[in-house]
Design a protein around this ligand. Structure first.
Ligand SMILES: Nc1ncnc2c1ncn2[C@@H]1O[C@H](COP(=O)(O)OP(=O)(O)OP(=O)(O)O)[C@@H](O)[C@H]1O
Length: 272
């Protein structure tokens, strides 16, 4: 266990959807209390990785083929998704997926279902969420579908926090948000982590993710191709060129086609 009691350990994980192999022998670790990011373009397998950890892959027609996932030394393989939440791991799915016709407050309450803890614990979790996102208190009785995209992202994060997780799995929280809103979400992730929750953040927005994380992995077509301290990856030519939109002289000629083949580059440029 490397001495870290509540670390997430993914070892040699392969997963797919029927004949489609989406992850190949992926290994990674999130130490207790850390922010770790997984970078990768469209279809790299980022969402599949989070679904495999949260045991929700079957809802998407997928399955883990081999390998192990453990949290705090306990194997998560074979657990039902609500048991994974009870074990301290909550996921914020891609695309937010708030319950649009339910109120903001009921969405938050839904996040506490299946979680450990008595009423007082859940009330404390609600208070914490309202402190992090005051807008969710202001809009408590409105339907979630009436919130802006950024507010819905806050609600999705808040809902996951209602289970008082030790590890938060975040699937592209900045997707589709204006740069200012993405920056606010980033600040909140930092705050959540400062309060003691570890974070596994998958992102196409590498610039944002590398600022938040201490360690990063690059996933390409289902395989980890690079990993290391986030600062080292941020400085690496390969990552700068492919994921941060920084082009050298030689690559400049290819820049136009690069933004087409790597949508992350154009998105990063828009955000500047
Ligand atoms: N429900 C599904 N059924 C079949 N194939 C899927 C399903 N979800 C994803 N895939 C395939 O698995 C591979 C990995 O997809 P995944 O969604 O994990 O990538 P991603 O890195 O999260 O990309 P994106 O940012 O586009 O969501 C892709 O080839 C994708 O087409």
């Amino acid at each position: 266990m490397g001495g870290t009691a509540l670390a997430l350990e993914v070892a040699d994980l392969s997963a797919g959807y029927g004949p489609v192999r989406a992850l190949r022998r992926v290994s990674l670790e999130v130490p207790e209390g850390a922010v770790v990011t997984v970078l990768g373009g469209n279809g790299a397998g980022k969402s599949t990785l989070l679904r495999a950890i949260s045991r929700t892959l079957t809802f998407h027609g997928g399955a883990v083929v081999s390998g192990t996932v453990s949290f705090g030394g306990r194997a998560l393989g074979g657990l039902a998704p609500d048991r994974v939440v009870a074990a301290g791991v909550s996921q914020v799915p891609e695309g937010r997926q708030v319950f649009a016709r339910m109120t903001v407050e009921d969405n938050l309450r839904a996040g506490a279902l299946g979680a450990r803890g008595d009423r007082a614990t859940k009330a404390a979790a609600m208070k914490r969420v309202h402190e992090l996102f005051p807008v969710l208190a202001d809009r408590a009785h409105q339907r979630a579908g009436l919130l802006s995209g950024g507010e819905q992202q806050m609600l999705a994060v808040g809902r996951a926090l209602m289970a008082s997780p030790k590890l938060l799995l975040l699937d592209e929280p900045s997707l589709g948000l204006a740069p200012l809103m993405a920056a606010r979400i980033a600040d909140t992730i930092r705050e959540i982590n400062a309060q003691g929750t570890a974070v596994l953040l998958v992102e196409q927005n590498a610039a944002l993710a590398l600022r938040l994380a201490s360690r990063a992995y690059v996933l390409e077509v289902g395989e980890v191709t690079l990993s290391g301290p986030a600062a080292e990856l941020a400085a690496s030519d390969e990552v700068r060129r492919r994921y941060l939109g920084v082009v050298d002289e030689e690559a400049a000629a290819d820049a136009a086609s690069a933004t087409t083949t790597h949508p992350v580059l154009s998105r990063w440029e828009e955000a500047r």
